[in-house]
Design a protein. Sequence first.
Lengths: 353, 585
Amino acid sequence: MSAPSHAPESVEQPEAADTVTKAPDGRGGSDNRSLRQIAWQRLRKDKVAMISGVVVVLLILAAILAPLLAKWFGHPPTQYHQDLLEPNTGLPYKDPDNPVPPGAFPSSEYLDRWGAISSEHLLGVEPVTGRDLFSRILYGAQISLLVAFLSTLVCVALGTVLGIIAGYKGGWVDTVISRAMDIFLAFPLLLFAIALVGVIPEGILGLTGNGLRIGVIVFIIGFFNWPYIARIVRGQTLSLREREFVEAARSLGASNRHILFKEILPNLVTPILVYATLLIPTNILFEAALSFLGVGINPPTPSWGKMLSEAVSHYSTAPYFIIFPGLAIFITVLAFNLFGDGLRDAFDPKTSD
Amino acid sequence: MATTGPVVRVDDLRVTFPTMDGDVQAVKGLSFEVPAGGALGIVGESGSGKSVTSLALMGLHRGSRAKITGAIEVAGKNVVTASDKELRRMRGNDIAMVFQDPMQSLHPQYTIGNQLVEAYKIHNPKASKDAALKKAVEALDRVGIPQPEKRVNSYPHEFSGGMRQRVVIAMGLMCDPKVLLADEPTTALDVTVQAQVLDLLDELRRDLGMALILVSHDLAVVAGSVDEVVVMRHGEAVERGDVRTVLSAPEHPYTQALLAAVPRVEVSRAQRRAQDRADRVAKAGAEGGGTVPAAFAPSADGGRGEPLLSVRDVAQRFKVRGGAWGRSTDFWAVKGVSFDLYRGETLGVVGESGSGKSTLSRTVMRLLEPTRGRVVFDGRDITHMKERELRPLRRDVQMVFQSPYSSLNPRLTVGDAIGTALRVQGEKDTRKIRVRVQELLERVGLEPGHYNRFPHAFSGGQRQRIAIARALILKPKLIICDEPVSALDVSTQDQVLRLLSELQDDFGLTYIFVAHDLAVVRQVSDRVLVMRKGEVVESGDSDSVYENPQSEYTRQLLAAAPVLDPDEARRHRAEREMLRAGRVA
């Protein structure tokens, strides 16, 4: 056999070749971090995301601990404090011990435009009823977040399952699901919600009162917003399906179920998580809008949207009544949005640092 | 303009990128000069800093966070300190750039005429539209676009990849630059097209007196086109000198190793295998370790017995959607291919993009169902077998994919990725799976302790090793390698090829090796199929195909293959020019 033509160099090739590869292979280093750990490290450096994350956690804690907090700092949300109000206007006194003298005009000399904020009532009391605003906002957070989380859950569940099936199966299945998405997105959601709340009979599925109302709202929001998630999941699945690791799994003899749930789904967790975080504030706003229009939660259970709609008629005499629930919605929505943005940046390999 | 001095001068260039984990020095003190009309090659593997250098030459680092020190002078202007306006005047006028991917460097919404005219009018705002258009037609003619008056009104998508790269070059020529900077101009192109584009660049340099800076990862690409070469590694020039000297008598061990790793089309399978085995024995001896297992000897030609795989007249049709009403047209990616594959041998399938070689491998793998023909594996007809029936057979045929980035699931640890195979084939014992996976990781040259790492922590070469381990774990009889090394650097490529060859010796594997690189295919294959447009144009014993090609197409491919020897590369170029001239006449 003739000597190979590159024999002279090859004598010391093993060592030489090793030094050659140190460059690309050096990256192996001690990098044992998963993508999620890397994202977490990035997230920790993002001040805005961290602050909004803390706000989100505090809000959730406040909602869960609402009964305790109300007990420590205020009063039950449905307890009337009419002794604090001037009976004719329904507005709180500046000083309950100094009521409007009989025959005098109830002017700002005696009444407080800012709700008689005191150590007893941290955000003052409602006009007309005199209920403690602080505890009502706390309890309102319960409803808002509960509805937002449940409806987002419904969106994610429906959207993920239908999106992944449409993306992976393709063909007529994809056509049917995609057209369904278009139809759901074209639906006049608000009108439908108002109509539905009116016709659903009490006691359906064993739900009554507020349970039923929450159920209906969650159903409406979840059922009509899933296409947003489904579209994202479908698009991602379409591109993941063509990746070689899916072909590799098939050539190992993996079943469709294995490919969908073990290979493709883990890659979808991040976009779903990010989008769900951004969907929550939308759903909070939607719940507020429904309550504002009077198709949300039944009084006297507090809800931010309901409070806003009640406050509208008092906006000139008791501006605090519209400001505090409004701020609560604003801060919650902003915190979730900023946190969602931060999550997306942290998981996105394209953003640097 | 100083005609005597160098047109490009780079002195002690340093480029630093601040990152989360501290500063990264991409270029560390690089110096070179290019005389007017000269040609310089910058060669390095990925991460060597060659692309950063070419961007810095164009002043394209502005607006990024890169910090640049040192001097860059292009046609007498200092690029580091020039104002943005001066830089804009310089780009296109003094130095023009040709990028890697012609699919992305042209705007899809404008005709190429528009884009060429715009390139001209930026620097000659007073020029009339007609004059600019005339210039554009001239430039297109210069780069060899047929019927330039007509084609000037075409959109980029109406051109093939090679033609698009010509258009990009024509755009560079619009303002008669003094330097043409080509960053990997042929990496995205087929061999024959690559040869044409390199020939064109060489011709333009000679005719127009432009200086050429050719940046590439492939020594063989620059060999025939430049006078001087800089070999870069980790941002430093390890060697710089006349191309003939560097390629024939490299001084730096890195250049030597790089040259040794370049697959050569003149080295036969037998030579390469003997060399690999000898190296392995030498290495085992040096380490004083265990004995090298006896090479698996394929049975002599007479006693081949039954073929492991028999493919008869296989054709694969895709429906291409067209028209508003979803009417589809048929596209035959593979048209009637037949071959037999015997145990222990390697069949090379070589062809350019669109030749159907990847479709063929997926059809044989039964990831696709053949439209026509028959595939018999190990005595069983698998042509139309159902997925469920195929599942137990899957363990016998495995595949190694092209892209080490897309073939591993980023969300699975490598242990899981490799272990999946055992799991889907019914193994339940996690401990057993773990032990087996770690054995294999060690076998393919990786740390068994890296079991729990995610793919992103590995380099391209390491990922390809992981993919090979995944293919091996089911102890397959046949492994189909679809361009397994085309995404890798030369030195990594060499190591992966060695690994494949060792594994073939150890486990008696049969390979189908699909690639576009003629040299790589020759070194690993016993027999070769040359494919073009879905058909086999030539097949046979690899040495005879390479040394005595029967078909015109194979001859063209071989003439286009880049060679390392600068003089031979120039001889090949002359041959090609003669061939072309002959065809035109």
